[in-house]
Ligand binder design. Structure first.
Ligand code: ATP
Ligand code: MG
Length: 198
């Protein structure tokens, strides 16, 4: 065997040992709190990726969309055909908010449904899409949200998406991913695309 090949093999062996040791150390089995945050594209698509994964294994998943609904959202079209329940803000919050009272009320309605989900052990995965904005705009009480998530059934996983996630939510998260934007087509005048951006 060449020296290079031998070196490569030794390196791979070392990596394998490290990974095996970590796999052996991971003994805790419970649901997670995942936060997908940052300014780049991929947070909601990532969250929905987790929903399809769970549904594909036959688990029950639900989705809350903390943005104004009503437009044709590809994920909703598909996943509602597979028994995924959605709670979407019927009125209120868009990106350019105009009526705080209406927004707050709409957020609260969706949140009431979420609170029920967060006590239901038959639900394997709860996606709280764009929840972070409800906390930064102070539409929902952060302590109440943190408590409901922290008290959820042991086997239930929660995925939170949105920019600038509140510190208190990050503190109880198991996995935090920050999607960094290196470039976005929008900055070069390219329109948002059906099936790609929604
Ligand atoms: P996606 O839903 O595509 O995964 P996202 O959830 O990471 O995006 P949001 O901020 O929720 O990001 O995006 C709302 C809309 O803005 C989407 O249509 C998305 O494609 C677009 N978008 C995401 N990141 C950027 C960016 N850096 N600049 C401009 N538009 C963006
Ligand atoms: Mg999003």
């Amino acid at each position: 065997m060449s020296k290079d090949k031998q070196k490569h093999q030794q390196r791979q062996q070392k990596i394998k040992e490290n990974v095996d040791a970590k796999v052996e150390q991971a003994q805790i089995e419970r649901g997670l709190l995942l936060v997908i945050t940052g300014n780049g594209k991929g947070k909601s698509t990532g969250g929905f990726g987790n929903v399809t994964r769970a549904v594909g294994h036959g688990f029950k998943a639900v989705v809350a969309q903390f943005i104004k609904g009503g437009w044709d959202c590809g994920e909703r079209e598909l996943l509602s055909q597979h028994g995924v329940e959605f709670a979407t803000m019927a009125t209120g919050f868009t990106w350019e908010t105009q009526n705080r009272d209406l927004d707050r009320q709409a957020a609260e309605e969706v949140w009431q449904r979420c609170k029920q989900w967060l006590t239901d052990p038959s639900i394997y995965l709860v996606l709280l899409d764009e929840l972070t904005y409800m906390l930064s705009y102070d539409y929902l009480d952060v302590d109440e949200v943190v408590e409901a998530i922290a008290q959820r059934p042991r086997e239930q996983t929660v995925v939170v998406t949105g920019r600038a996630c509140h510190r208190k939510l990050l503190e109880i998260a198991d996995t935090i991913s920050e999607v960094k934007s290196q470039r976005h087509a929008f900055e070069n005048g390219i329109k948002a695309r059906k099936g790609i951006d929604w």
